[in-house]
Design a protein around this ligand. Structure first.
Ligand code: ADP
Ligand code: AMP
Length: 321
């Protein structure tokens, strides 16, 4: 097989001894001290006879190859960085103003103990029915329902919000809003709720955590969760529900293009969170493909198994009443 430019270049870069051998094999006696005037090789003239400079392409191609490979690798790194910036923002948020007021995630210990505040995370793919089930749980169990998506949309629409434009872009792209913002919004909402009528501090946190960094940050700095309620649903069913919801929701992300991106982010970024909690035996999994009431009946059963009981007795109307 004829060596390609890339092969030659790679060899030149990573196996310099190979290249050296290429040059030295034509000089079998190179290691021996040469006598003055002695030819340098069997086919070479004595050194006093001048020869034109060698035009061997081997001397040029490694340099051209290294340059080409360098350019190729540089372009790849730039492309990768651009993709990461678009889809997976990490760490401190570039260009985010007034980061100082997003202090929640910088604390070193939780704000509340799990004895004082109960947090149940609610996860599932987009359209799995998290919001629908949370509404039912609120009515029967007295939880405060906090949806990360709703809080972000509220902040996005709040006049004068310095994060509004950024949130809008993330939501449209179906990507994960930087955790500093989401965790702070949740903490603020929790404080407000407990200062109001939620003295017991019972929370269902819906659509959160969607990424491992926010799961760890929340549990480290706000409060460790009790468990995660996970709604298992196929993409085909979720897609149908979301497209139907999109007919009236007015949401910028209930369209086919955003839905596909949200599915990808869910599988790649949010499922690792579910798996992580599952490894700690902190996941209650419910199949979400049946009717809302059937799904809810399962949720109630699972909650009971975890020691969570309804607070309200339902009044059932009998025929004689
Ligand atoms: P999520 O909060 O997980 O995005 P929603 O609760 O908003 O999902 O539900 C998405 C859509 O599917 C809504 O239009 C809702 O009415 C509908 N829906 C929710 N649960 C069910 C279900 N079990 N069966 C059929 N439709 C459902
Ligand atoms: P949802 O209302 O739960 O469907 O979420 C809508 C969008 O809000 C998501 O696609 C994300 O862009 C953003 N979002 C919701 N929850 C979170 C979260 N926990 N962390 C970061 N971004 C989120």
């Amino acid at each position: 097989m004829r060596p390609t430019t890339t092969n030659t270049t790679l060899r030149a870069l990573y196996k310099p001894q190979l290249l050296r051998r290429t040059f030295t094999t034509s000089r079998p006696h190179a290691s021996r001290l040469r006598q003055p005037g002695e030819p340098t090789g069997p086919n070479e003239p004595p050194s006093h006879i001048s020869t034109p400079p060698s035009k061997s392409p081997l001397k040029v191609w490694p340099i051209v190859g290294i340059f080409a490979l360098g350019s190729f690798l540089f372009k790849k790194i730039v492309d990768q960085r651009l993709e990461e910036a678009a889809y997976k923002p990490q760490g401190p948020v570039v260009g985010m103003p007034a980061i100082g007021n997003l202090g929640a995630t910088t604390r070193t210990s939780p704000l509340w103990s799990p004895d004082a505040v109960t947090v149940i995370f609610v996860l599932g793919g987009p359209g799995a029915g998290k919001g629908t089930q949370c509404q039912k749980l609120v009515a029967d169990y007295g939880f405060k329902h906090l949806s990360a998506g709703d809080l972000l949309r509220e902040e996005q629409d709040r006049p004068g919000s310095e994060f509004g434009e950024m949130i809008k872009t993330y939501i449209k792209e179906g990507t994960i809003v930087p955790m500093e913002v989401t965790v702070q919004l949740l903490e603020n909402a929790m404080k407000a709720s407990m200062a109001g009528d939620n003295k017991k501090g019972l929370f269902l946190i819906d659509g959160f955590p969607r990424k491992l960094d926010q799961a760890h940050a929340f549990e480290r700095t706000v409060v460790p969760s009790k468990f995660t309620l996970f709604f298992d649903c196929s993409e085909a069913v979720m897609e149908k529900r979301l497209l139907q919801r999109g007919e009236t929701s007015g949401r910028a992300d209930d369209n086919m293009e955003s839905i596909k991106k949200r599915f990808r982010v869910f599988v790649e970024t949010s499922m690792p969170v579910v798996n992580d909690f599952e490894s700690q035996d902190k996941v209650v999994k419910v199949s979400a493909e049946r009717s809302p009431d059937e799904v809810y009946a399962d949720v109630v059963k699972m909650f009971k198994e975890r020691g969570v009981e309804p607070i309200k007795l339902k009044l059932v109307q009998t025929q004689n009443a």
